[in-house]
Design a protein around this ligand. Structure first.
Ligand SMILES: Nc1nc2c(ncn2[C@@H]2O[C@H](COP(=O)(O)OP(=O)(O)O)[C@@H](O)[C@H]2O)c(=O)[nH]1
Ligand SMILES: [Mg+2]
Length: 371
């Protein structure tokens, strides 16, 4: 499948026998024409019907209870509480093993096993142990392991900010990942965060697979004060994106966040669908260079890494959001995913409340883990 590269990246040399650029352009034109048709049909059919049951009201009431009475954004969730299970799990065991003074070879082996049990991954666990042993840290073996784990995390600037092509151009964030990992919830939390910062946010209901997915996003948008672009269930997601990009530009929105489907059983279709959404963005807003954030459920452990690699290969991820860190004792997946992809974790989810999405700060994270 052809993937349109970012304008800032050099073009790859053309392979022998590769489809010509003209053919690709012709195919793209045809796809975009199809997308135009889908848009016209969707607009003629109007937007999806609004929910009539009391579910949204219940959700709104629950949310009101979470929001501070003084207004503004929701209170930030607690990272230390969010990683309590991991701290009490594999990290507590590490400290127990290494806190008894000079560890022998057998103890180091147990440390390695403990890191593996904490989802750091076998190869990485071995690497951390070897380096920590060689380090002969004056502050002791626990500090040595802690330093080696910290060193695994990708270098980044503090506070992730989505790319914007210019002041009049919206930052575009595509949120991708398999079903149930927390994409829509995370988009809701992100919308709240940016709204609380005074930014305008537009949401795009690119998961058109189920009506409930569109309604879930709409509910979040209503709560966060973020309008939403949605087509009927079953519509072409690229057509939704097409309209959303145009609306974001026309309304001078600061941020456009696109929800996407995550069904795995049609994986190659899903990847094609994501690629097409990307191409539409590149076409409608050249230079937009959308962020592609992969939502990883921390409880899926090493299996999640395989998913992440597949998405990275086909869509070029620019960041990771690790959700449900509060539900796992194996927070070592943070180190494994950054090392596997070389892409930074930019947010972590530590609960289901609106404030439970925290910008990822490596030092604060390791500090919260080790207590
Ligand atoms: N405990 C916990 N649950 C979360 C977190 N993020 C999302 N969830 C829950 O995960 C479930 C699936 O979320 P959803 O956003 O619908 O996933 P999607 O299919 O990827 O869009 C919901 O019940 C969310 O409340 C988190 O950080 N912690
Ligand atoms: Mg969803």
């Amino acid at each position: 499948m052809f993937w349109r590269r970012r304008p800032t990246e050099p073009d790859q040399p053309a392979d022998e026998g590769r489809v010509s650029d003209a053919a690709i352009e012709a195919q793209l034109e045809a796809e975009l024409a199809e997308t135009e048709d889908a848009r016209t049909t969707a607009q003629a059919g109007g937007e999806t019907p609004r929910p009539t049951d009391g579910q949204l009201d219940t959700g709104r009431q629950a949310l009101q209870a979470e929001l501070p009475a003084t207004g503004g954004g929701p209170a930030d969730g607690d990272l230390v509480a969010g990683v309590a299970r991991s701290r009490g799990g594999f990290v507590a065991r590490l400290k127990g093993l290494l806190g008894r003074g000079d560890p022998d070879a057998a103890t180091w082996e147990e440390v390695e096993e403990t890191l593996i049990a904490g989802d750091v991954g076998a190869a990485l666990a071995l690497e951390v142990v070897e380096r920590a042993r060689r380090r002969r840290d004056g502050a002791g073996p626990v500090a040595a392991v802690r330093s080696e784990l910290t060193a695994l995390l990708v270098d980044r600037e503090a506070g992730w900010v989505p790319h914007r092509a210019g002041p009049g151009s919206p930052a575009i964030i595509l949120v991708v990942g398999v079903n149930g990992t927390g994409k829509t919830t995370t988009i809701g939390k992100l919308a709240f965060r940016y709204r609380a910062e005074g930014q305008t946010v537009l949401l795009a209901a690119g998961d058109t697979f189920r009506a409930a997915a569109i309604e879930q996003l709409r509910a979040w948008g209503e709560r966060a004060g973020a309008p939403i672009v949605a087509h009927a269930p079953g519509a072409d997601p690229a057509a939704v994106v097409y309209d959303a990009v145009d609306a974001a530009v026309a309304r001078r929105m600061d941020v456009l966040i696109v929800d996407t489907a995550g069904r795995l059983h049609t994986k190659s279709n899903l990847m094609d669908e994501l690629a097409k959404m990307r191409r539409v963005i590149d076409r409608r807003l050249p230079g937009a260079a959308p962020e592609v954030l992969f939502v990883l459920d921390a409880t899926t452990g090493q299996n999640g890494l395989a998913q992440a690699r597949a998405f990275h290969e086909s869509t070029g991820l620019t960041g990771i959001i690790l959700t449900k860190l509060d539900s796992t004792a194996k927070g070592g997946i943070v180190f494994a995913i950054e090392r596997a992809l070389g892409v930074p974790v930019c947010f972590v989810g530590v609960g289901e409340k609106v404030g439970d999405l925290l910008p990822f700060d490596p030092t604060a994270f390791v500090g919260a883990l080790f207590g």
